[in-house]
Design a protein around this ligand. Structure first.
Ligand SMILES: [Zn+2]
Length: 254
């Protein structure tokens, strides 16, 4: 099986002591590709270092809504500059997060600016939407970007709207948590095979059985197992289809 973890955070401080060792160790797993996602300006250099040291890792550059208050005025110029790197294949993650308390108007401004920049650079976007489903789809509908709704568990009608202009959706080990898996399962069941990606969001979101651990890209195998069970297909089919989709949206073709 060849697995593509379409959303991981090896730039996160939880990997400060061993990120390169853990990425090297993936050679002993079925993971063949990783998209390292980015959340704020302070880690842009770390993301680039990861891409340059590990051939199978691609990256994104962008500002997560949780970090908008720490974001400098020139953040758009910075993103534009870092996005020139040949292995930066997406902009994000960006979006809205009403779970945390960052000002909504500031979140929306930085979200819109990144959507416009991604269009200008012709790169797909990685969207974060936490407890902001109505505002998020309203803004996305204005821009109709290419890209991915990451770890999505919002209303199925919103998801179908996003599919109508070509977006993708990614699922992770949220599918294993009894307390909140249902909205994610509902979205999974409504997703056409050619729009489905898999991810870990590591180091966050381990499988439920190890809920207090840090997780890694190899835990994407558990996501494959869950999707295969829920959709009654083989794990090989889920792995192959999701990897093809991830390569298509990120424009990776080795
Ligand atoms: Zn993320």
């Amino acid at each position: 099986m060849e697995l593509f973890d379409s959303h991981a955070h090896y730039e996160d401080a939880m990997f400060d002591k061993d990120r390169h060792e853990r990425l090297d160790a993936l050679k002993d797993s079925d993971v063949r590709y990783v998209l390292n996602c980015c959340s704020d300006v302070s880690v842009f250099d770390t993301v680039i270092e990861i891409l340059e040291r590990h051939e199978f890792v691609y990256g994104s550059i962008g500002i997560h809504p949780h970090w908008v208050c720490e974001t400098p005025e020139n953040c758009l110029d910075l993103i534009r500059n870092y996005a020139k790197h040949e292995k930066v294949v997406a902009i994000g993650e960006m979006g809205l997060d009403y779970f945390w308390k960052e000002p909504k108007d500031l979140q929306e401004r930085i979200f819109r600016e990144q959507l416009e920049l991604a269009k200008e650079l012709n790169k797909p976007v990685i969207i974060h939407d936490r407890e902001a489903h109505d505002d998020c789809i309203r803004i996305l509908e204005e821009y109709k970007p290419r890209g991915i709704l990451h770890r999505y568990g919002g209303p199925v009608e919103h998801l179908q709207k996003a599919f109508s202009w070509g977006m993708y959706v990614s699922f992770n080990n949220d599918l294993s948590y009894p307390a909140w898996k249902q909205p994610h399962i509902d979205c999974l069941m409504a997703t056409p095979w050619d729009r489905l990606l898999i991810e870990t969001d590591c180091p966050y979101a381990p499988p439920y059985e190890r809920e207090n651990d840090r997780c890694e890209s190899s835990d994407v195998a558990n996501v494959v197992r869950l999707i295969a069970e829920l959709r009654n297909v083989s794990e090989e089919f889920v792995a192959k289809t999701s990897a093809e989709n991830a390569k298509r949206i990120y424009g990776i073709n080795p």
